[in-house]
Design a protein around this ligand. Sequence first.
Ligand SMILES: [Zn+2]
Length: 424
Amino acid sequence: MAPVSVVSPSHSTCQCDHSHKIKNAPANLKTKASKQEPIEHALEDIFGSKLRLTTFTTDADVDPIPLNWYSSDPKVRGPVTPSRYKSGLAKHNTIGAHGGPYSVYHALSIGTKQLDAKHTPDYTNAHPPVNFEQQPSWSEPGKIVSIDPFGHLAPWLFKDLAVAENVEVKPTMSITKAILSIPEIKEAVQKGELKPDGEIVLNEEGEMAVSKIAVDPVWYLPGVAERLGVSENELRRALFEDTNGMYPELVTRPDIKTFCPPIGGITVYIFGEVENIPREDKRLSLRVHDECSGSDVFLSDICSCRCYLIFGLIEAAKEAQKGGNGVVAYYRKEGRSLGEVTKYLVYNARKRSGDTADAYFHRTECIAGVKDARFQELMPDILHWMGIKKIDRMLSMSNMKYDAIVNSGIDIVERVEIPDEMMS
Ligand SMILES: [Zn+2]
């Protein structure tokens, strides 16, 4: 196995706003304060003074760029283009906006004139450092309906088209490499439970090399509707009404089939060589983990989600050390996709009404009306995107996740329970 090329685990590319000590940085490195240039282009300059609330299929200027969702040829498939900028108002072929929930911060940057509405991204050297081969699943009808299979290559695949059609084409996925440094992993190395090999587990500090994928969702509405067992019209109407009319094109543009929803995405952490993932002669350990920020990050006392996450990471690393792959797919579905505000209310109610699982589910239902809003039916899409056909060790005992994965056509050989000693 070729060693993963390792960049210094410095914070030199961190995007947070506090100053870090930059490891291995030249002594004369100083942070340059960027001078804010005045923004010349206000939205009125681009869209005119009259507001256009929505577009209709029958509008004379409407001429969306073709998007054939299940085509295997990206040139025939076409780009996902929600943007109104440039010629996008007439030519956009997707409802919503790029960036999931961050689309709103983008709007704030434009609205406060910190970002030029005519800014064209420069993607030089931003392409993936590892290659995920195109899989048959990318174009198999019904297989992938909630992410754009070409989303990681969009700026490069559709560069010429974007210029010729004068539209914005942005990526909805990106891929990079990183080093994880986690206290429990260091502890596992010190106890001898995990052995450094210089490739997966890099050293006695327990630092681990991973490839990782960031994914913003892109929904192909007919496919999502079918997956969830409702009609496309029912899905569109529910999304339109329950977001209080935020996306009128859901009802005025039935010809547009794709939607960038304003929800959190997925991060996939991969141990081992990515080209081995689709190979059925290679073993795969996988954990599907739904975000629980309180426990995952802050080790809050109310639940033990971080223990499961650490268990997943350790087992994933071990599988890669044996020549297979380990994958931890992390979904932004805080509090069973009911959100942290709901979650804390349930915690309060749970503490006051008896700390049992029954009470937890009951109280969740009392407050939120449903126990769970994660819609695991959409979860396997990223697994199919990676070309996964079987999972040797599923690092979860969740029936909902198991059913969703198996029903989507991926075999699960063994389900592995977290050892008691890992629970705290
Ligand atoms: Zn939790």
